[in-house]
Design a protein around this ligand. Sequence first.
Ligand SMILES: [Zn+2]
Length: 562
Amino acid sequence: MIVAFTIDTTYNSMKLTAHDLKQMNKATLARLSPEQLLSISERMLDDLQEAMDRLNQNSNNSSRPPSSTPPWHSNDTNNAADPANHDNADDDMDSVIKHPDKNDDHFLPEDASLDNVPEAPDVTDIQPPEVAPTPPTKSDPIKRVAGKQEGTQGYGRTQALAITETVYHARTHCASCNACLGDYEAQVAWTAFCTIDIAEHIQGNAGITLTNTKHVFFEIKCDCGHHNREEPYAGIPDVTWPKTNLSEWRLVGPRLAAMIVLLSKRHRNSRRLIREFLLNFLRLELSVGTIDQTIREAGRSVAPLEEELIHEIEEAALAYVDETSWKEAGVLRWLWVFRTLTVVFFMVGKRDRTIFCKLLLNSKFKGIVMSDGWVVYREYANRLRCWAHLIRKARGLSESYHTKAADVGLQMLALFTTFQNAIYAARNQPEQPIGMLAKQHENDIESLKALCIASSDSTHDKLRAFARELLGDWDIILRQIHDPSLPLTNNEAERILRHWVIDRRLSNGTRTDEGTRTFTVLASVIETCRIRGAPVWDYLTQVIAAARKGLQLPVLPIMHAG
Ligand SMILES: [Zn+2]
């Protein structure tokens, strides 16, 4: 067993914790020297500014990012539905013990249920740290952690993993008087937890190595009387994520969490299959409940990136848009995909124009929309029609048993094919001025129009509908002939949607707002990384690690050339 001793004092972005503040009052401040007062004032000012920023992010005011008011958050959603997302996450919450500090209101919201409680390190063998000078008392949180398996209804045998590293978290200076507190050896360990993770990949080495890191937290009473305690970071509850809180106190480390997310979202495994995979290939026992919580927590971790993704879409010159049906708690909805050169963004909402309006029609977006012919898209003037849909319809008509419809269909198909080939050929001659190709094919365009006019009162339903569709959207449909550099099809969006259509068939959709948002934000970030040629596992790992410490999230990876 390798044991590394590390001191990490960069846990909290807040300088004073609730534990500190509870001990402070006018009397304790009155006892401080002018220098100490200045020092604590500076820390309080930093914290106040940080708190105000957080308040703005979490309240219902105007500075809230647009993405935090989820457009898919609709009134008809059945919020009372099973909170589990995708498969029936049979949360083994029986086996989850309470946070050792559960009675301390600075750790958890008052209404925190067991769902919000960070998992206990239930597969590891936690012992009070060797350096702890005081033996655990009856109420010692460490002892409660260590003793929790006995008698609890677990999911299987307790897996004891050797500890590969121990990280000590201790304060170096008093939060009140700023006096030096000495290192952890002079302090008392008050709690500890273990995190299982995957070791960072070493270049040239294949395979996966699991690590089991024990985090020990220390406390000490300063000579000034202030009781200093280093705590794992615990995030502020967010009403849009009622079931998920961010915390450093996690059994599953960031890299393992990111792998679980990819096993679910990219490789379409159910929670149960992921459990089986981890057990079979990594010899690691995790409950379905822990796996479900890990995926949700990853969703909440990446959620702030929605704002960045939406901003990039608004700036884009071209957006491919498509939608397909999605089920949330048994209710039919649309799953939308927005794809630009650098971004893929998913949203689930009602089967109407709301999301399209919110993201493109009534936003700062000024680019071109590529879509199929659905009437909702027609409200946006600067758009393109997907030719793949039109050619498919022409081909369908050409194969009709109705002689007249088949004849017209065949002629239309031949014209579309001619245009398509001409457009591809013209792309090799970028110097050709815009409008040139349309001029060259003036007669063909007129022939197509004549066919449409002649068929617009046809007794053949499909022929009549197609002729009217073409005439009704004529100028838009012909845009690519005028400017052959424009894309011809909506394949970019449809291809991406296909993966999630299979996912929907396997999972039968999502069950709650929170489950849906977990799915859309993770899918957006994963697909965006993929089109940018960026290593998605690494990026998700960094985001989860930062979110668990309340730190600024790393920006999305840049686009890789080629
Ligand atoms: Zn002090």
